[in-house]
Design a protein around this ligand. Structure first.
Ligand SMILES: [Zn+2]
Length: 255
């Protein structure tokens, strides 16, 4: 049976996610920005939380863990982090580990750069990628703990997934990302189409997520740092993709 996925806003611009296996009734939250909206979503669906899958140690991704774990005695899955920044963890996972949520299964991809511990969860059977703060729609996370080559490698890992996979990211940043992307990639037809779609969704008060990975590969300039057209548009013809990516990220930081 196919997984049921719900998304809802948390904090100021985070997404909360639940992924539910109808066959076993297992339900996982992917990250826990805060407990209240997750509890509300569980109540609305009549689901019981069995697992929390953490992507990285930032407070806006783990803030609700303690309360949810106390209430549901659920299992908390988190990346290996040598610094021990994430509390209440039952299972530590690394690259290519498989995490079961009832009958559903997610493969772990290590996607460091935003933080050194950042992981993404790929539910291949349901064509769903939970990329948190590594890959946003038409954007990517800020590089806080890693460096640009490391983040670029992480984005390449996600870009290698099939086009028909859906991207579920950590924040509703798409409108701001589109605005920036148009400054460096103004002639990209896929980006212009996405810009129109995003404006319409936001005007209707709807989330811009999920989005198809295949569309992101065409419209997201941060996934196209190895495209000579993108290098030329930031006057870095002939430079490495990681360097072009770094330039894009720095321009976005200043935008
Ligand atoms: Zn973060």
């Amino acid at each position: 049976m196919a997984a049921e996925i719900r998304l809802f806003p948390c904090l100021s611009d985070n997404f909360g996610y639940l992924i539910h296996d109808p066959a076993t009734k297992a339900t996982a939250a992917v990250d826990a920005p805060e407990a209240a909206p997750i509890l509300k979503a569980l109540a609305r669906e009549g689901w019981t939380l069995t697992d929390i899958l953490i992507t990285h140690h930032h407070g806006d991704h783990v803030g609700g863990v303690a309360e949810l774990k106390q209430k549901y005695k659920c299992r908390v899955v988190a990346p290996h982090d040598k610094a021990g920044k994430i509390a209440n963890v039952d299972l530590r996972v690394a690259q290519d580990d498989i995490v079961k949520v009832g009958g559903l299964s997610a493969r772990v991809l290590e996607t460091p750069g935003h933080t050194l511990d950042h992981i993404s969860y790929v539910f291949a059977g349901d064509k769903a990628l939970f990329a948190a703060d590594t890959l946003f729609s038409i954007g990517c996370g800020r590089v806080f703990e890693g460096d640009y080559p490391m983040m670029w490698e992480s984005l390449l890992k996600l870009r290698a997934l099939p086009d028909d996979f859906k991207l579920y990211c950590g924040h509703e940043y798409t409108a701001a990302n589109v605005k920036f992307a148009l400054t460096v990639d103004p002639d990209n037809a896929a980006l212009k189409a996405r810009a129109e779609q995003v404006a319409r969704l936001r005007a209707e008060g709807k989330p811009t997520i999920p989005t198809l990975l295949g569309e992101e590969k065409k419209a997201n300039v941060f996934l196209r740092a190895d495209d000579p057209l993108v290098a030329a548009s930031v006057r870095m013809k002939g430079r490495s993709a990681a360097e072009v990516f770094g330039e894009l990220r720095e321009r976005k930081n200043k935008s």
